[in-house]
Write a protein that binds this ligand. Structure first.
Ligand code: LRH
Ligand code: MN
Ligand code: MN
Length: 388
């Protein structure tokens, strides 16, 4: 196995973007439970996100969701973030909450609805210029509930036309990532259900358009690391939305439901150059903390990603290749599993401390008094946008 010291340069540059909406109250369709100290404004969400970075050194940017994080002055919001030691990251568009989008947005059959959705993305790109964001993330709730409800083929053409209009607005340094999801809220067909559809649509646009892979957006049993390998091979993996799930799009803490899957995904990311210095892959969380405390929930999440990344980096690639070449099935599997079963937590703690970070970020946050402070100061938190 590789030594821990040999992998620290890779760990050093690991950055995981936090979603602003993870700090707001969220829930299921049955109930949204409040948490004391929940942020009431985008500024308060950013201040909370900055705590995660402060204690882990892993989360230097915060993604915004528009209009959930609408403010009058985005340049000022960026300065606010910078003063708190973080920066603004991906801008997520939202075409799933307005009445007008009942039958879709960028893929809808009504041209006036498509125009409205395109205009919303124009507004998002304008915001990106002010926040200095590189990525526009598009996830569409578009789809139908019943066979025959709409022309599923024409909707692909509508989507392609809409994306061309949005792509044309991107600045030279900006990118568009198109996220897929196999179902929900539509239950019969979804207009961007899988990586193949996303790949087809972004490939038609050009170099600045890539696929976003949300780990919770696949049918149970899907081999996600294979999709990672394929998209990296094609140069079209733009970003991840990390979370974990037992059943559907559960949005639970990444690595909580299936740490081995996270390990396999990170192993394939590393194999495909996704952690290299010039990698185009952006790593983000997309989670909701319904019952657990939100800031420690995010700290746990980025630490889980770091732990599985470290384990995946430990894989002895030479030994693995040799065993593969020799058709040593069990030997190859053993090399892979040796890395997975290595407990990297003590080494990571030590390494953190050597860089001036808390050896135990969970404990450092718990004893910092921050949570008690916001619970006392903030009354009447906002909701992330999901739920009842
Ligand atoms: C959709 C999704 C998408 C949205 C976010 C709030 O399920 O994963 O990324 O923007 O949730
Ligand atoms: Mn997502
Ligand atoms: Mn999702």
């Amino acid at each position: 196995m590789n030594s821990f010291t040999s992998i620290t340069p890779m760990l050093e540059r690991q950055a995981i973007e936090l979603p602003s909406w993870a700090f707001g109250n969220s829930g299921t369709r049955f109930r949204v439970f409040g948490t004391p100290g929940t942020p009431r404004t985008p500024q308060e969400k950013i201040a909370d996100a900055a705590q995660v970075h402060k204690h882990t050194g892993l989360a230097p940017t915060v993604a915004l969701h528009i209009p959930w994080d609408k403010v009058d002055d985005y340049a000022a919001l960026r300065s606010f973030a910078n003063e708190h030691g973080v920066d603004l990251g991906t801008i997520n568009s939202n075409t799933f909450q307005d009445e007008e989008y009942k039958f879709g947005s960028l893929a809808a059959s009504d041209p006036a609805v498509r125009r409205r959705a395109i205009d919303h993305h124009r507004e998002c790109i304008e915001i990106m210029h002010q926040t200095g964001s590189r990525d526009l993330k598009i996830w569409l709730a578009d789809g139908t509930n019943y066979p025959g409800q709409d022309d599923i083929r024409r909707r692909q053409d509508n989507l392609a036309d809409s994306l061309v209009a949005i792509y044309a607005e991107l600045g030279d340094e900006q990118r568009l990532v198109l996220e897929y999801k196999f179902f929900e809220p539509a239950f019969y067909h979804t207009d961007v259900p899988d990586w193949g559809t996303s790949y087809v649509q972004v490939s038609a646009l050009g170099e600045k358009a890539l696929v976003c892979l949300d780990t919770g957006h696949h049918a149970p049993g899907t081999n996600i690391e294979f999709i990672v390998a394929q998209l990296l091979r094609l140069g079209k993996l733009g970003s991840f939305d990390f979370n974990s799930r037992f059943y559907a799009d559960d949005d639970l803490i990444v690595g909580a439901a299936d740490p081995f899957q996270l390990f396999r995904i990170m192993a394939e990311v590393i194999r495909g150059g996704g952690m290299d210095a010039d990698s185009p892959v952006a790593f983000m969380l997309d989670q909701c903390h319904n019952v657990e405390a939100k800031i420690p929930g995010q700290i746990r999440s980025v630490l889980n990603v770091q732990e599985m990344t470290a384990r995946a980096l430990l894989i002895d690639r030479d030994a693995l290749e040799l065993a593969q070449f020799e058709k040593d099935v069990l030997g190859a599997n053993a090399v892979y599993m040796d890395a997975f079963y290595t407990d990297v937590r003590p080494a990571l703690s030590e390494w953190r401390a050597s860089r001036g970070l808390p050896a135990d970020p969970m404990e450092a946050f718990a004893t910092s008094g921050y949570q008690e402070g916001i619970a006392a100061q903030r009354v009447g938190g906002t909701q992330a946008g999901w739920g009842a």
